[in-house]
Design a protein around this ligand. Structure first.
Ligand SMILES: [Zn+2]
Length: 417
């Protein structure tokens, strides 16, 4: 299986300008190839093959006066750039035909010099890790690396990224053998919350860490400062760099924290069940900020990757499963629960529920039920009902929900509606 390992790179000034030139050339090759494919589409012609494209926008283009400078950089990252375009088209077609799950992927777009993230990929032919720990990149030279951990095997490719904060990273793809962990009988359901980061069915609550909030405060301050600077001024450029650095700081801190959290959950549990939240869909709505800050997408990805590597299971319960409406005790299906309802009492059995913990227990039961029905198979919508719901007369209420702990709409910093 493939794993990614990332670390910081520290190119010299000379290497930085070589990299900048290569970023530019790779972008031009990508855009030229995209233009060729778009023209073919417009003219109703079949798409040119990878070989034809390569001939046209790299080998052939080098001989023309407008593109002769392509010869001044290594050819490997240029070929990889074409592969990226190919992959972008493949993702688009797979997404349209629903072969690819998740958010719809759009057609590839032109890349810009102003994009906040620049990247280059080198195949096995284009790089080497030196015995002294430096990273040799073809036509760039030996670049200093700060290794966060040793690579477990020879990497098959490396992507060099320049982020908006002006930092260079190397992301190695390494093919590794799975490392199954000793089996444990424990299984857990996880409800991803808004107040806290997550609530586990065993009752533990994972709070958003304070250091992350601190980093976010710093980011907000930097953003306010940026908003005050006059457009086009040198101070504005400085303030923008500061915002980018603060962003990068928040992202790094969150990633480290999520790695520790997911490693712990995977180590302790044989199976982990989650709700399939439409993170992309939510991201466009009003909850956008808290959703992105919470890093749910990254959380799920890390869990899935670690589970695959360590012989654990991650089950995803379909988003139509009413995890917050069902009573985990008796299976009664209650009415909808707006986000501000943090606690409720089951009208059928009288059990008092913390909203998130009850949801986590339902997710655990649904995931387990579905895994029994289809071992190893995907969790299907509707297939996952933990208990049969008891019929309840319409209008019957065994008791009013407790008033304690119910916050007024909009209170507590959670945007409601
Ligand atoms: Zn109940």
């Amino acid at each position: 299986m493939h794993l990614r390992y990332s670390c910081r790179l520290y190119p010299t000034k000379g290497q930085q300008s070589l990299l900048a030139r290569t970023f530019g050339c790779a972008r031009v090759v990508y855009n030229d190839a995209l233009a060729v494919r778009r023209e073919a589409r417009k003219a109703g012609l079949p798409y040119p093959t990878a070989t034809e494209l390569q001939k046209r926008v790299i080998t052939g283009a080098k001989r023309t006066p407008e593109r002769s400078w392509l010869a001044s950089v290594g050819v490997d990252p240029l070929i990889q750039s074409l592969r990226d375009l190919d992959a972008a088209y493949r993702n688009f077609f797979d997404s349209v035909s629903r072969k690819r799950r998740g958010r719809l992927v759009g057609l590839p777009r032109f890349k810009s010099r102003k994009d906040s993230r620049q990247s280059l990929r080198f195949s096995r032919n284009g790089f080497r890790v030196r015995p002294n720990g430096k990273l040799y990149l073809a036509k760039i030279g030996d670049v200093r690396v700060r290794w966060s951990r040793a690579l477990p095997a020879e990497p098959s490719s490396v992507t060099v990224v320049l982020d908006a904060a002006g930092r260079y990273h190397a992301s190695f793809v390494v093919d590794v053998e799975p490392e199954p962990l000793p089996e444990t009988g424990r299984e857990v359901g996880i409800d991803l919350g808004l107040g806290s980061f997550a609530v586990l069915s065993d009752g533990s609550v994972v709070d958003n860490p304070r250091f992350l909030r601190k980093a976010e405060k710093k980011l907000k301050a930097a953003q306010r400062e940026l908003a005050r600077k006059a457009k086009g001024s040198r101070n504005r450029a400085k303030a923008r760099a500061k915002v980018a650095r603060a962003h990068a700081g928040v992202a790094d801190t969150r990633r480290d924290w999520l790695h520790k959290l997911t490693t712990g959950i995977i180590r302790e549990n044989q199976a982990v069940y989650l709700e399939d939240l439409n993170v992309h869909g939510l991201g466009r709505g009003r909850l956008a900020k808290s959703v992105h800050d919470a890093g749910w997408g990254a959380f799920r990805r890390m869990l899935e990757q670690k589970a695959a590597r360590h012989g654990r299971t991650v089950g995803v319960v379909h988003r139509s499963f009413p995890s917050s409406r069902l009573c985990a005790q008796c299976g009664h299906r209650d009415g909808p629960k707006p986000l501000h309802v943090r606690q409720w009492a089951c009208p059928a059995c009288g059990a008092r529920h913390d909203r998130d913990l009850n949801a986590a227990r339902n997710i655990l039961a649904a995931g387990q039920a579905d895994r029994r029905n289809a071992p190893g198979g995907p969790v299907r919508p509707g297939a996952a009902t933990p208990h049969r719901a008891r019929p309840v007369e319409r209008g019957t209420r065994l008791g009013d929900p407790p008033r304690t702990g119910i916050r007024a709409a909009g209170a507590g910093g959670i945007p409601v509606r």
